[in-house]
Design a binder for this molecule. Structure first.
Ligand code: UGB
Length: 604
């Protein structure tokens, strides 16, 4: 009360709201007027932000928190009344006729798509200090995740233009610009902007890229949802991330969905920060969305039981309602046990869990999406996960907060919504970089490491297998151990997304009798590079401008590039290399640069 005179009418309203919500403790330690007045102003600025960035405001946040905390304390099962079963979806096999047809359908639709990357998380599990999208997806070409994503979207844009409008970019007059949104947070925003600006947006037009920053939410100290005071500043409320589910409310409030709809777009594709394989799966899954008319399509891969990815599950309620939804990895096992499946989450005779693994890549049809968000404002069903001090569940070890996940979007949809999923081979579609070397080396044998080491090796493996399928003789891998993880080491093959946006396009680029040995490296940075009767045993690098056409044939043999072990504890090595456990020693290579348009023949 002593400080009332300092406050504007807006601030008095906020203060009243806090008091009515039982948050008087927030003011208990305030100094008299004249002391810390700037900090007090800062407090109300923060409350204002927390209030306006949450659908329904802080009052609604506290109300939901009390309910969820009470449910958690009572041990209420969020799936009460539901029985899980294995849902039906589209299962694709890379390279077969269906796959190729779905890819073509997807490329047709790509010009009506917008992409949304959720990149607000810091990735504490990985133990890396930078933003994850700045990490190299692989170190043979040194392409970071953000560059890979942007170049992949540009490749789709170009392929779609070519297929639908018969235009041949880059100078063919293609007007399509696929929008790209990145959700950031205070933890990642400035560094994401810096990465984009210092790299000229990796070739995308800056106006094509929009950043939406998510706000954190208030932390809660107890079951009454008393807001937690920041330990280092008594004039601030402690905050933590609310989860990737924020992306829906942010997109809705930004007005972008309406702009896209008015511009004739039809699809919104959501994806996560570190999956260097993802875009190999995008054309076919977008094709599935349009062919099957899915309002919601989740990408999935076969999942090992207890693997730390959610399971796509059909839930049937006692009252007849059903939904197809992701059940997080820590909930699937107890849910199965509680509904009569005594062994819980176990592999079946195929060696995999019968529940497909959610890789959190969602394709939503824009029209029904806007309709739904108009009702909900983008609010997603939340959950709370307090760490209690003891079994009485009356106090927490540390403050908690409400969280939400983007894949919970279908939870509010009516039963008429068409919710499906698409299962792809894991080698093709999913290789995230989430776990630190220490944690990865403890992953049970047979389960994927999800580390920087496995993420990079998965790219080489996928490219090798794709080329094999296209008719190239690619040698078998060898097993090697890096940072305590045994991985398959295939030839280090990488290419620019524009070289091969689809399998059909890759097949067009290779012909004759091509052979690549296991110790080889091939880095193709160019669009129109054709491999004909190439025999590679060493390192081959081709850098070419977009409209140079190069036919490569004959034999390349040199000492090549060698993988050298490094220890993740060796602080003299840059962190981005240390976390993968190896670096490339570039002993010898055959490198050719083409900076002018034209047709060339390369016969080393
Ligand atoms: N993210 C945000 O943008 N904001 C946030 O507040 C938090 C995260 P994690 P998680 O693919 O294996 C998900 O931490 O949440 C971004 C699925 O829920 O990498 O543990 C963050 O930057 C799970 O079902 O993953 O698990 C990143 O891009 C499973 O599919 C993304 O959200 C799992 O991913 C995911 O954050 C998986």
């Amino acid at each position: 009360h002593k400080n009332l005179q300092l406050l504007s009418s807006g601030q008095i309203e906020l203060a009243k709201m806090l008091l009515e919500m039982g948050q008087s403790h927030l003011f208990e330690h305030w100094a008299d007027p004249g002391v810390d007045d700037e900090e007090k102003k800062g407090f109300f600025d923060q409350v204002d932000r927390l209030n306006s960035s949450y659908p329904g405001g802080l009052a609604s946040y506290v109300k939901s928190a009390r309910q969820l905390l009470a449910d958690s304390q009572a041990g209420k099962n969020p799936f009460d009344g539901f029985t899980p079963s294995v849902p039906k979806g589209e299962v694709l096999t890379f390279g077969d006729e269906d796959f190729i047809n779905f890819e073509e359908a997807g490329i047709r639709e790509a010009q009506k798509a917008a992409f949304v990357l959720v990149a607000g998380g810091l990735g504490e599990r990985l133990g890396y200090n930078g933003i994850k999208v700045a990490l190299p997806a692989e170190t043979a070409s040194g392409t970071c995740f953000l560059q890979y994503y942007i170049e992949s979207i540009l490749a789709l844009q170009e392929a779609s233009c070519r297929l639908v409008q018969g235009l041949s970019p880059p100078n063919g007059g293609c007007q399509t610009r696929i929008p790209f949104v990145i959700m950031t947070s205070d933890d990642t925003h400035a560094r994401t902007v810096e990465l984009l600006e210092s790299n000229s947006y990796f070739g995308m037009e800056p106006a094509q890229v929009k950043l939406l920053k998510q706000e954190k939410v208030a932390c809660l100290d107890d079951n009454d949802a008393r807001l937690a005071v920041e330990p280092r500043n008594k004039y601030r409320i402690q905050t933590k991330p609310h989860g990737h589910g924020d992306v829906h409310a942010l997109l809705f409030s930004s007005g972008l969905l309406k702009i896209w709809h008015d511009a004739g777009l039809r699809w919104v594709l959501f994806f996560q920060d570190t999956n260097g394989l993802l875009f190999k799966a995008i054309p076919a899954s977008l094709g599935v969305s349009s062919t099957r008319q899915y309002h919601v399509n989740s990408l999935a891969v076969p999942r090992r039981a207890k693997e730390a990815i959610g399971g796509i599950t059909k839930l049937t309620h006692a009252d007849g309602r059903t939904m197809v939804i992701n059940v997080e990895y820590n909930q699937l096992d107890p849910l199965l046990r509680a509904t009569g499946q005594v062994d819980g989450d176990v592999n079946d005779e195929t060696g995999f869990s019968p529940f497909p693994g959610n890789i959190n890549q969602l394709i939503l049809e824009l029209g029904p999406y806007i309709e739904e968000l108009t009702k909900t404002g983008g609010a997603i069903k939340e959950f709370v996960n307090p760490k209690y001090k003891d079994a009485s569940k009356t106090s927490f070890k540390s403050s908690t907060r409400l969280e939400c996940m983007m894949q919970d979007y279908p939870k509010t949809l009516p039963p008429s919504a068409r919710v499906g999923f698409t299962v792809m081979d894991a080698w093709l579609a999913y290789a995230p970089v989430k776990n630190s070397p220490e944690d990865a080396s403890k992953v049970p044998k047979g389960n994927p490491y999800h580390s920087a080491t496995s993420g990079e090796m998965a790219i080489y493996r996928a490219n090798s297998l794709i080329l094999r399928k296209a008719g190239v003789q690619v040698a078998n891998p060898v097993q090697q151990v890096f940072n305590g993880q045994e991985v398959e080491v295939w030839p280090r093959i990488t290419w620019k997304p524009k070289w091969g946006p689809t399998f059909a396009e890759i097949k067009r680029k290779v012909c004759g009798n091509c052979i690549i040995s296991q110790s080889s490296t091939m880095v193709i940075k160019g669009r129109n590079v054709f491999l004909e009767d190439l025999s590679l045993d060493g390192a081959l690098l081709i850098n070419a401008v977009e409209d140079a056409e190069i036919k490569v044939r004959g034999s390349v043999q040199n000492k090549g590039w060698i993988l050298e072990n490094i220890d993740y504890k060796d602080a003299s090595v840059p962190e981005q290399l240390r976390i993968r456990g190896f670096r490339i020693n570039k002993v010898e290579q055959f490198e050719k640069n083409y900076s002018e348009p034209g047709k060339f023949s390369l016969e080393p």
